[in-house]
Ligand binder design. Structure first.
Ligand code: GLN
Length: 481
């Protein structure tokens, strides 16, 4: 067993380290991670651009202090992970300063003070925490609201349901699968001001100051620049302007002005974003499948080799990869390994979500392809190999000239099948914040709550693309046969 584990680490390590190049020490640009939807702090406007207090603030500070930023919006939980694993230098996401977080983050000066508050449907009869007994409260994973709910759960006897993004949480409240949500007060109040049919029957509870954060001990100069910039913006009135823009009662920054209630309106307003998501999905599927075929064939050939060590290596590879859920594999590669490397070397890993997603998908498909290759070769009667070898023809030549041509024909339909599975599996890696087609849809829903129509659009997108690609593959298959 120990040998097996050692061998699989030996196999995995070179593959994983491919994506990890040396990080440069001198920083000219900072990667800032944020939430995907946390209006009025961060959200997409009707032209699909990220705006909000946090976005305006970090941009103004970067300009004031003369540094460049690249913003990613993977969602709160994912943004926290990104900073912890060194994928991002800082996080600005309406983040509350809590004692627990001070253990792992360094915080800037505060720029806001927020409460957490309970939101229920307008028609709900819940009017106190006691009324929550036996009911289900939704909350975003990793948030201060979640901590509050967990701490008070035994007192009030509610069930907690955790969500990775705001869209699915508010959707669940609208459809009645949860009875209440817990979120930052400005966020719920803002969505009410935007026409959401919610109310807040109980007064909010303080959860701390809102601030910008970096991983504890890293990027101290960034924190310093943030503080200086914030002070400057406060002094020159710029900061107040940003707050007023999003919080004033007559604020006109509606998150969605265009008609997004019809399928046509949704498509018209979001087609660019959807096509770019589709592009990422296709790139992920095609690149990872191409890599998977190479790795899969190598391990597949190993598994029918006359040499036992090769067979053993192939067996371990297939067992390990098939035994780990794809989502965990992706999270491990994107967050786990960089976190580990950073803690050892202090170097930030430049491996991005696309590379991590591609590696995870490649490894996953490769394990299944190895099995397809093994099955295909095994399906060719052994007599053929024996007959050929007894005529004095070498193993390699027999493989190439006699066994493989027949085996390939048997494998082809399975390859097509595996490709379709790989394409569908791209949705799973959206968990690491990669904005492929599925994540694109979720971000759009976070803005307009049109989950029925949006998911229908996504389903049709996948259906069309998979049907087209399968047809194409079938045609290729026929030609080869
Ligand atoms: N203020 C809350 C927290 O820090 C929620 C932040 C968010 O969801 N973006 O936990």
């Amino acid at each position: 067993m120990k040998k097996k584990i050692l061998a699989c680490l030996l196999i995995l390590f070179p593959i994983l380290s491919l994506g990890i190049a040396k990080a440069d020490t001198e920083k000219t640009k900072y990667v800032i991670a944020s939430d995907s939807s946390f209006a009025p702090f961060v959200f997409q406007d009707s032209s699909n651009q990220y705006t909000g207090i946090d976005m305006d603030l970090i941009k103004a500070i970067a300009e004031d202090q003369g540094f460049e930023i690249e913003i990613t919006n993977p969602g709160f939980d994912a943004a926290i992970n990104a900073v912890q694993s060194g994928q991002a230098d800082g996080i600005i996401a309406g983040m509350s300063v809590t004692d627990a977080r001070k253990e792992t983050f360094d915080f800037s000066d505060s720029y806001y003070t927020a409460n957490t508050i309970l939101g229920v449907k307008e028609s709900s009869t819940i009017s106190s925490y006691e009324d929550l007994n036996g009911k289900t409260v939704g909350v975003k994973n990793g948030t201060a609201s979640q901590t509050f709910l967990t701490e008070n759960q035994s007192k009030y006897g509610y069930k907690i349901k955790t969500f990775s993004d705001a869209a699915s949480m508010y959707d669940s409240l609208n459809t009645g699968s949860i009875d209440a949500v817990m979120d930052d007060e400005p966020v719920i109040k803002y969505s009410i001001s935007q026409g959401q049919k919610l109310k807040t029957p109980i007064a909010g509870t303080p959860i701390g100051e809102t601030a910008f954060a970096v991983k504890k001990g890293s990027n101290p100069e960034l924190l310093e620049k943030f503080n200086k910039g914030l002070a400057n913006l406060k002094a020159n009135g710029e900061f107040q302007k940003i707050l007023d823009k999003y919080l004033a009662s007559d604020s006109t920054t509606t998150s969605s002005t265009a008609d997004e209630t019809t399928i046509w309106g949704l498509l018209k307003n979001n087609y660019r974003q959807l096509l770019s998501g589709l592009g990422i999905t296709l790139a992920l599927a095609l690149v990872s499948f191409a890599i998977a075929i190479v790795i899969g064939i190598i391990f597949g050939m190993f598994s029918v080799s006359p040499y036992k060590p090769l067979r053993l290596i192939a067996e371990i590879f297939v067992d390990v990869i098939r035994g780990i859920p794809l989502m965990i594999l992706a999270a491990f590669i994107f967050w786990g390994i960089p976190n580990f490397i950073e803690s050892l070397t202090g170097q930030q890993s430049p491996i991005n979500d696309f590379v991590a997603g591609t590696i995870a998908l490649s490894l996953n498909s490769a394990a299944y392809i190895a099995e397809i290759v093994r099955g295909g070769i095994k399906a060719v009667p052994v007599g053929q190999m024996e007959a050929s070898r007894s005529l004095g023809i070498s193993y390699g030549k027999t493989m190439r000239k006699i066994v493989l041509p027949q085996a390939t024909k048997l494998m082809l339909p399975n390859f097509v099948n595996q490709f379709v599975i790989a394409l569908k599996d791209t949705t799973i890696v959206s968990a690491i914040g990669l904005v492929e087609l599925f994540q694109t849809g979720k971000i759009i829903i976070a803005r307009n709550y049109q989950s029925f129509k949006m998911y229908a659009i996504l389903a049709v997108f996948y259906l069309v693309i998979i049907t087209l690609l399968t047809r194409l593959a079938k045609r290729l298959e026929k030609r080869i046969q």
